[in-house]
Design a protein. Structure first.
Length: 372
């Protein structure tokens, strides 16, 4: 719901009821990912999207109905439905959309959740979307330091809390299944977990023109971007206006002490061994989603040899994406940034980097495999 949060919060604060349809499951070539939402306000206006245009009209009607009567619905749209073409999902995908009312009565915790998201504090909303008509639409709010709300079953509450705490730490959104009373091996009950974790980090080392372009596209992709260089003359906010922060520090020392996780991507653009080698020695031993380094093939071979001399293993070296980026013939800093971003996205979703016309099967991969 992050994409419609501002509008929904304004209506909620005004005491109005809002109908919200959220994508909770996708298959095949569905255009939007779980968590994408459309909201229908009290004046009948719509914000957001669940399908990029495919089924907006049908979801609008259900959301407007939920806004008025407070009833929740789980609806599937796709080519397997007899009326798929009539609702517009001609792209071949299948999506499940959960429609519910958001108001001060139905979702009294919404203001606190919105405040957490705005402040960058991790929070997850777990909603029961199928399996028990009496509990449909109930929510549990999970934070690292506690849980509020209940599904009406202590065992189910405990199971959801344990599972969602792990999902929130990884920034994962998706569906978890349980038995009617929280049994791990059951699938009678489906709970949709919408995780709102802080933005994943992109750390760009090397205050060069290529770094400015990579920082710009990293910000566009939703990363919290840091540019780091040991040279204060070059590492300035004026030169990197799209970065969230610019740090003057020796790269390996900064990376060793800063906070990173499994979603963090690191781009090493200095191609200077006195910076690169100690930095990569640290980076390749951290639980990062992506480590890429710029340089020619000769530079890369020399760098790899120096790293081996410092005890970096072949398994650790295999994690290094160097030369950085996909082969798209990039030359300018901006084109190179597209190449780097493409490699990061491909790794995240399991893409091949091949032209789509040369591949078969679904265009969209169903599960992320790496980069957050």
């Amino acid at each position: 719901m992050r994409d419609v949060m501002t509008d929904v919060l304004a209506w909620w604060e005004a005491g109005e009821s809002v109908g919200v349809g959220t994508v909770v499951g996708t298959w095949k070539s569905a255009p939007r990912q779980p968590g994408a939402a459309m909201a229908v306000g009290p004046d009948g206006s719509a914000v957001g999207s669940v399908s990029g245009g495919c089924v907006e009209g049908a979801v609008y009607e259900l959301a407007d109905l939920a806004r008025q009567d407070g009833a929740s619905h789980l609806q599937r749209y796709g080519v397997s439905d007899d009326d798929a073409y009539s609702v517009g999902l001609t792209c071949g995908g299948i999506i499940d959309v959960f429609v519910e009312q958001v108001s001060r009565t139905s979702f009294p915790e919404f203001g606190e959740v919105a405040a957490d998201i705005e402040a960058g504090r991790p929070v997850a909303v777990a909603t029961l979307i199928s399996g028990d008509a009496e509990r449909l639409g109930r929510r549990v709010i999970i934070r690292p330091d506690g849980t509020t709300g209940s599904f009406g079953s202590d065992r189910l509450d405990d199971a959801v809390r344990d599972d969602v705490t792990g999902m929130l730490a990884q920034g994962r959104t998706g569906i978890v299944h349980y038995g009617p009373d929280g049994e791990r091996r059951g699938d009678d009950v489906a709970v949709f977990v919408n995780s709102y974790a802080p933005r994943p980090r992109m750390i760009v080392f090397g205050a060069i023109d290529f770094a400015a372009a990579v920082a710009r596209i990293g910000s566009f992709l939703g990363y919290r971007v840091t540019v780091c260089d040991a040279r204060p003359t070059f590492a300035t906010k004026k030169r990197f206006p799209d970065a969230d922060e610019v740090i003057v520090s020796w790269p390996h020392k900064y990376l060793a002490k800063t906070e990173v996780d499994e979603r963090t991507v690191v781009c090493v653009l200095t191609h200077d061994p006195k910076f690169d080698v100690p930095l990569l020695e640290v980076a390749l031993r951290l639980p990062l989603a992506y480590v890429g380094a710029m340089g020619s093939r000769r530079t890369n071979d020399d760098r790899a040899a120096r790293l081996r001399e410092r005890g970096v293993t072949e398994q650790e070296l295999a994690r290094l994406h160097a030369p950085i980026g996909l082969d798209i013939g990039a030359r300018t800093p901006e084109e190179t940034a597209v190449s780097v971003a493409a490699e990061i996205v491909a790794l995240r979703w399991g893409g091949t980097g091949s032209p789509l016309r040369a591949t078969e099967g679904p265009i969209h991969h169903e599960q992320p495999v790496g980069v957050g």
